[in-house]
Design a protein around this ligand. Structure first.
Ligand code: GDD
Ligand code: MN
Length: 362
């Protein structure tokens, strides 16, 4: 009985994502549905690039130089840095960099007290002049054409937001493998309607839509993904196209806590979404609803099938049941395969994150 249940849980755990993966691969063929890119034939739109900073002395100079070298006319964008009381000399480095680069429009807002990233973004938004608002984390860099490509997609009327594919700079093979798998899903979902997840390394929004939803949400971790979600719920697409890429510097110290924190944010994002749909009864575009229900299941429920199934298998094995013992041995052997190892770790991270969310939502 226990044995049967445990095997059923594990089988179900692997079947649902496999089905979603096959469906998503099908969506990849929908390439043209996003609508043609209108290009930047006329004058490029004015863009406000917002960088929130808290103790980013290690990376801020490189970040500013990276933006400086973007293939986008320098008189068509401004950079707004919102610093929330950094204590590591970030502000001195910014001032020094600005002094040496008179031909780019950089404004600095100092908040003094740290009130979180989303709060800083909203401060910047109130001061921004652009029709397009791009947010970007200090610890990431763009390719030369990232901004131009993102803005080009946004020229389409049906597109409300654009984010990037993340190329991780890391020595952790688990991170690279994770990105390959999830990156494909992001692109596929974007072809169908919208990506379920957005990335703070580069997230571009139409300003009027941001204002309609009341700015960036300050009461949950995934400000980037949730903002994209709110825009999608209004019927606009929030996409991650293949040609917008960005490099993310993955911390090697504290990697696992970093992964758990991010997973916590995603769980908050999907839980809030479920509340909109199941409790508030809000209406949303059919395709988007399908994507979000699948992803909510995969992030909120599916990892538990694995963990509970595994515990039950171990219990059955201890009682001497042969199939569970065989399954455990096969599972252990499969851990040498990178994609399997990555998958298992991601499930454990999601479960740990759900538990940690009970007392710490930071
Ligand atoms: N002004 C200000 N005030 N900036 C802040 C604050 C704050 O209180 N807290 C963080 N930041 C800045 C950081 O300096 C960085 O530029 C950016 O916000 C992202 O912070 P990270 O600390 O690098 O976040 P992360 O890499 O762990 O989290 C990632 O995922 C989150 C969603 O799960 C990032 O992509 C976040 O942007 C994203 O919200
Ligand atoms: Mn970061």
């Amino acid at each position: 009985m226990l044995e049967g249940l445990s095997i059923a849980l594990i089988v179900m755990h692997f079947i649902t994502p496999s089905i979603y993966y096959v469906i998503a691969r099908g969506w990849l063929r929908l390439s043209s549905k996003t609508g043609s890119r209108d290009g930047l034939t006329t004058e490029p739109p004015f863009v406000s690039i917002i960088i929130p900073t808290y103790n980013e002395a290690k990376v801020i100079t490189q970040k500013l130089s990276n933006i400086y070298l973007q293939d986008y006319p320098r008189d068509r964008f401004e950079v707004i840095i919102v610093d929330s009381g950094s204590t590591d000399g970030t502000m001195d480095l910014i001032r020094e960099w600005v002094k040496g680069h008179g031909d780019i429009n950089v404004r600095v807002i100092e908040e003094g007290v740290r009130m979180g990233k989303a709060h800083a973004l909203n401060t910047a938004l109130r001061n921004a002049k652009g029709d397009i608002i791009v947010i970007t984390d200090a610890d990431s860099t763009w390719l030369r054409d990232s901004l131009r490509n993102a803005v080009t997609w946004l020229v389409n009327d049906c597109v409300g937001a654009v984010s990037c594919n993340k190329v991780p700079r890391t020595n952790k093979d688990v991170e690279t493998e994770y990105r390959n798998y999830y990156g494909l899903l992001r692109i596929a979902e974007s072809r169908k309607f919208s990506s379920a997840i957005f990335h703070g390394e580069l997230a571009a929004f139409k300003r009027d839509l941001l204002e309609k939803i009341g700015g960036f949400p300050t009461d949950l971790g995934a400000d980037d993904s949730h903002t994209a979600g709110l825009i999608s719920m209004m019927g606009y697409r929030a996409i991650i196209p293949e040609d917008v890429k960005c490099i993310e510097y993955v911390p090697s110290k504290g990697y696992w806590t970093w992964r758990i924190r991010r997973a916590q944010h995603l769980i908050q994002h999907f839980l809030r979404f479920l509340r909109y749909v199941l409790i508030d009864g809000r209406d949303l575009p059919r395709d988007y609803r399908q994507i979000m229900l699948y992803e909510s299941y995969l992030h909120l429920v599916n990892p538990w099938l694995f963990v509970v199934g595994l515990v039950l298998i171990i219990i059955s094995a201890i009682h001497g049941a042969l199939i569970p013992i065989a399954l455990l041995l096969i599972g252990a052997a499969l851990l040498v395969i990178k994609i399997f190892r990555t998958w298992v770790m991601t499930q454990v991270i999601l479960v740990a994150a759900a538990i940690r969310n009970l007392w710490n939502k930071e």
